[in-house]
Design a protein around this ligand. Structure first.
Ligand code: 8YV
Length: 328
C-alpha cells in the first residue's frame, strides 16, 4: 500500500494536471467526466484526504460528516457557492478557490457578451442561418451603442473592475457601480468610476453587468422590481451566478419589452435553462464559459492543484478561502 495521501479529482481535467497530482497522491480521477450524484460523491470521497472539485460538486455538512478524514477541498473556480465554507471551517477542512488567474479572461467574455447583446449578434446570425436574409433594411437588427453609453456594474470586485476598465478606456463609456464597499479614490479615478446606490445604478445604466458572488444576500438581487426600474432600452448581462438574477422575472421582462435585451452565461438550475428564456429572441445564451480560454482553464486547474498539494504536504496553499484553518 502506498503511503501517499489519496485524493479525488471529481471531474475530467487536463491530464498533465492529474499527472502532477499523481506525483504526490494516490489519485482517483474521472476520465469519463461522469457527474457524480451526491451519494456517489460521498462514496468516492471515502478514504480521500483531498478533493479537487468544480461548481458541479456540492460540498455540504452531510458529505463532510460522512468523510471525516477529508482535509482539503480545492475548487477550480473563483466562486465557491457550491461549498459550505462554514461547515468546512468548523471541521478544519481547508477550502481554496482560483482567483486572479481568470480575471482578465472573464472580463473579456463579460464585455463580449454585453456587446453581443447590445448589437444583437446571435439573434442576427440565427436569422441569416435560417435563410431569411433577403435584403438590406434601415432598421434591420438595429441595437444600441456601447461607446459613450453608461456602463453599470453591480459588484465591483476584480472582474467588475476589469469590465469597467475595458468600458472606460476602450469604449469611452461612463462607468457607474454599486458594491458592498466603495473603491478607494485612486482606483476609481483612472476609469472615472462613480459609486452610486443600487436605485441609481438601475435607473441610469444603459448596459448593466452583474458580477457579484452568489450568496443568500445576493439571491435575486435582480428581480421583477429591479428590472422595472431599468430603462426600456437597457441591456442586462449576467456572468455571476444563476440565482443572482430571477430568470423567470427576466424572461417576463424581455417578453414584455421592459428591457431591451439580456446576455446570460449563468442560469438558475443550470445546465437547465428556463424555457421562457429559450423562447425569447432578445437574449444571448452561453453555457457558463466566461473563464473558458484554454490558457486560463489550465491556469485555474494548476492553481487548484497547487492548493491541494500545499494543503496536504505541509505547504502554504496560495489561495485559501478559509485561511484560519491553516496551522490548526
Ligand atoms: C468555472 C466560474 O469554470 O470561476 C468561477 O466561479 O464560474 C467558472 O470560471 C466554473 O465555476 C467551474 O468550476
Amino acid at each position: 500500500m502506498s503511503d501517499k495521501p489519496a485524493v479525488l479529482v471529481a471531474r475530467k481535467v487536463f491530464p498533465e494536471v492529474v499527472q502532477r497530482l499523481a506525483q504526490h497522491f494516490e489519485v482517483e480521477d474521472n476520465p469519463t467526466d461522469h457527474i457524480h450524484s451526491p451519494d456517489e460523491l460521498r462514496a468516492r470521497l471515502q478514504g480521500k484526504a483531498g478533493a479537487f472539485v468544480t461548481l458541479s460538486e456540492r460540498i455540504d455538512a452531510a458529505l463532510l460528516d460522512a468523510n471525516p478524514q477529508l482535509r482539503a477541498v480545492c475548487n477550480m473556480a473563483v466562486g465557491y457557492n457550491n461549498i459550505d465554507v462554514g461547515a468546512c471551517s468548523a471541521r478544519g477542512v481547508l477550502v481554496s478557490n482560483t482567483p486572479d488567474v481568470l480575471t482578465e479572461t472573464t472580463a473579456d467574455f463579460g464585455f463580449a457578451l454585453m456587446m453581443a447583446t447590445a448589437r444583437r449578434i446571435t439573434e442576427s446570425e440565427r436569422f441569416l442561418r435560417e435563410g431569411r436574409w433577403d435584403r438590406w433594411a434601415y432598421d434591420m437588427f438595429a441595437g444600441s451603442d456601447l461607446h459613450g453609453a453608461t456602463l453599470g456594474i453591480l459588484g465591483m470586485g476584480r472582474i467588475g473592475q476589469g469590465i469597467a476598465r475595458r468600458g472606460a478606456l476602450g469604449f469611452g463609456m461612463q462607468v457607474i457601480y454599486h458594491n458592498r464597499s466603495r473603491l478607494p479614490a485612486d482606483q476609481e479615478a483612472p476609469i472615472g468610476a462613480r459609486y452610486v446606490d443600487k436605485e441609481t445604478l438601475l435607473r441610469e445604466a444603459d448596459h448593466l453587468v452583474v458580477v457579484v458572488p452568489y450568496s443568500p444576500q445576493t439571491h435575486h438581487a435582480i428581480g421583477a422590481a429591479e428590472l422595472a426600474r431599468m430603462k426600456p432600452s437597457a441591456t442586462l448581462t449576467n456572468i455571476a451566478r444563476g440565482g443572482v438574477v430571477d430568470d423567470a422575472a427576466l424572461a417576463q421582462a424581455l417578453a414584455q419589452g421592459r428591457i431591451a435585451a439580456a446576455g446570460l452565461d449563468v442560469f438558475e438550475g443550470e445546465p437547465q435553462v428556463h424555457p421562457q428564456l429559450l423562447a425569447q429572441r432578445n437574449v444571448v445564451l452561453t453555457p457558463h464559459i466566461a473563464s473558458a480560454s484554454v490558457a486560463t482553464r489550465r491556469a485555474m486547474a494548476d492553481l487548484a492543484a497547487d492548493n491541494l498539494i500545499a494543503a496536504l504536504t505541509g505547504g502554504v496553499p496560495p489561495t485559501p478561502v478559509n485561511a484560519q484553518v491553516l496551522g490548526r
